[in-house]
Design a protein around this ligand. Structure first.
Ligand code: GRF
Length: 213
């Protein structure tokens, strides 16, 4: 891969993970080459502009269906030639066509220890289940929502008295640490998706991925 690795980050909102990726990139082997948002109001667009990173807004409301929105997204990304597509709080479900188009080159961060709690409301679900541990996962994206092979977990202990809000805060802080590490592993060529699994160097990663902090 040409160095540094060109990363396109897809966002829908605040973009604190985008910020963590931008901040870490100056001393890393990847660069955030572009930021795409489906939401024109996303604060992350301002973060990108402040870092002089080109932005593209493709408002899903301008499209009648998911397939046509995804085709516009594919076209925009094709212009940018990213080595890796990083979903960072991107709140649209991607079509099979999109996932296949960029197969093995899309990662996502999710606020739970996958495979536990795909979908939404993860912090409350972990508390309600009486779990002692919770956290965040980075995984390769497949057609199954939050179902692709896990690359890394960051684990957070659930304390007595935790609420969804307090837990979310601690999980978010962990996300900011692990996402740049995973992108850097991909950029170095050490991390790959093959045969539906995540691989680090010559090792197939276990179902929980690697533990990062
Ligand atoms: C994070 O909690 C991430 O796990 C989830 O969306 C949130 C994005 O937060 N996919 P931010 O926009 O990066 O602050």
């Amino acid at each position: 891969m040409a160095s540094p690795c060109n990363v396109a980050v897809l966002i829908s909102g605040n973009g604190s993970n985008l910020q963590a990726l931008i901040d870490a990139s100056s001393e890393s082997n990847y660069r955030v080459a572009a930021v795409i948002s489906n939401n024109p109001e996303a604060y992350g667009l301002q973060r990108a502009a402040a870092a002089s990173i080109p932005t593209v807004t493709i408002n899903h409301r301008d499209f009648t269906d998911r397939v046509s929105f995804d085709r516009a997204l594919i076209a925009a990304l094709e212009n940018l030639h990213p080595d890796l597509i990083v979903l960072a709080g991107f709140m649209r479900i991607l079509s099979a066509e999109f996932v296949q188009h960029f197969a093995h080159r899309i990662v996502n961060i999710h606020p739970s220890l996958l495979p536990r709690y795909p979908g939404t409301n993860t912090h409350q679900r972990a508390i309600d289940a009486g779990d002692s541990e919770h956290g965040a996962s980075v995984h390769f994206v497949t057609e199954e929502l939050d179902g692709g092979p896990v690359i890394a977990h960051a684990v957070v202990a659930i304390q007595p008295g935790d609420t969804a809000a307090t837990l979310q805060q601690r999980v978010h802080a962990e996300e900011h640490k692990i996402y740049p590490q995973v992108v850097s592993l991909f950029a170095s060529g050490r991390l790959r998706m093959r045969d539906g699994k995540a691989w680090l160097d010559s090792d197939e990663l276990p179902a929980n991925g690697i533990r990062l902090e």
